[in-house]
Design a protein around this ligand. Structure first.
Ligand SMILES: NC(=O)c1ccc[n+]([C@@H]2O[C@H](COP(=O)([O-])OP(=O)(O)OC[C@H]3O[C@@H](n4cnc5c(N)ncnc54)[C@H](OP(=O)(O)O)[C@@H]3O)[C@@H](O)[C@H]2O)c1
Length: 291
């Protein structure tokens, strides 16, 4: 394996550099917007030097990770001079390979290596890297190099084709960011009966954790519980009536997600077609209510 360099010494760059180095990968160079960030990374990785410029990293490393914020990646790729035979990789979940086009035109092999995780800081990132999924976009042989790297960090590589990235990232936003949005909707309802957001969050978290555990241990569709899974139509009616009266701004979300839950309930086999249709009618009827 050739040498590895990083441009961008933030959370992901630092955590990857330390973890890869710990697995025997030769991380040799780093540059960042501020020298102090690069120095801090280099101090934690044996044999790694903080260089004065990103160009020096591009000149010296065989595989360069651009771990800047997403908005800076294209500019870094376009302003540096790359060389044939080296690899240039970004870690963005939203961007595809095209933003590394200038590096490819210089003869570099380009790739994307996205850890499917939410990293709040370097130490949490290092804890969470093992077991994480890494989405990889690249041609061979870089694709195999990156897949091996993911496995070396006890991660799970998933290989994406050109054009898959946007759906992949949409799925990540739904499962991660929209769970936060669901917590906001639920805690807003608790405020209506006088419980503050922090208290409501604390009260609802064990339920969320239990649900996540059920998804992990039982899987779809059998992990679904609750009134829709049981076909309790009267309960769904009461929810809709209460939302209409006291929180009409949450109706659209409830009815939309409810329809997906009906699909899961049908797959689970605990409700029959007639019950599913009745629940869908109810959820659609709610959609037709005037504002
Ligand atoms: N954090 C996550 O949860 C997560 C998860 C998966 C993927 N990612 C991806 O990983 C990449 C990095 O994210 P991050 O969370 O590590 O960001 P971050 O903590 O903000 O770190 C970005 C680093 O890049 C440096 N930088 C900014 N502009 C630069 C430039 N033009 N040239 C050189 N260095 C520059 C920053 O500056 P200083 O030198 O001033 O410190 C900082 O150290 C992004 O593509 C992101 O989408 C992040």
């Amino acid at each position: 394996m050739g040498t590895i360099g990083f441009v961008g010494a933030g959370t992901v760059g630092t955590a990857l550099a330390i973890t890869l180095s710990g697995k025997g990968y030769p991380v040799s160079a780093v540059a960042s917007r501020s020298k102090s960030s690069a120095d801090a990374l280099a101090a934690r990785v044996p044999g790694c030097r903080a260089l004065e410029s990103a160009q020096a990293v591009a000149d010296n490393a065989d595989l360069v990770f651009i771990t800047t914020p997403d908005d800076a990646i294209a500019n870094v790729a376009a302003t540096l001079i790359w060389h044939a035979g080296q690899g240039v990789v970004h870690c963005s979940g939203a961007a595809s390979l095209d933003i590394l086009g200038p590096a490819a035109r210089d003869g570099a092999q380009t790739g994307a290596f996205h850890p499917l995780q939410s990293f709040a800081n370097v130490s949490r990132a290092m804890e969470n890297i093992p077991g994480s999924t890494f989405a990889i976009e690249a041609e061979s042989p870089l694709r195999e190099t990156l897949a091996e790297m993911a496995r070396a960090m006890n991660g799970k590589p998933v290989l994406l084709k050109p054009g898959d990235k946007v759906l992949y990232h949409t799925a990540a936003v739904i499962v991660s960011n929209y769970t936060v949005a669901l917590m906001k909707m639920a805690t807003d309802l608790w405020q209506l009966f006088g419980v503050s957001t922090p208290e409501a969050t604390e009260a609802l978290l064990p339920l969320l954790r239990g649900t996540v555990n059920n998804i992990a241990s039982i899987g779809l569709p059998n992990c679904l519980t609750g009134p829709i899974a049981r076909g309790d139509i009267g309960t769904v009616e009461r929810h809709l009536a209460a939302l209409e009266q006291r929180a009409p701004q949450l109706l659209a979300g409830y009815r939309e997600l409810g329809q997906h839950a009906v699909d899961v309930a049908l797959q689970k086999g605990k409700v029959d077609q007639a019950q599913a249709e009745r629940m869908l009618e109810l959820l659609h009827a709610a959609m037709l209510q005037p504002a």
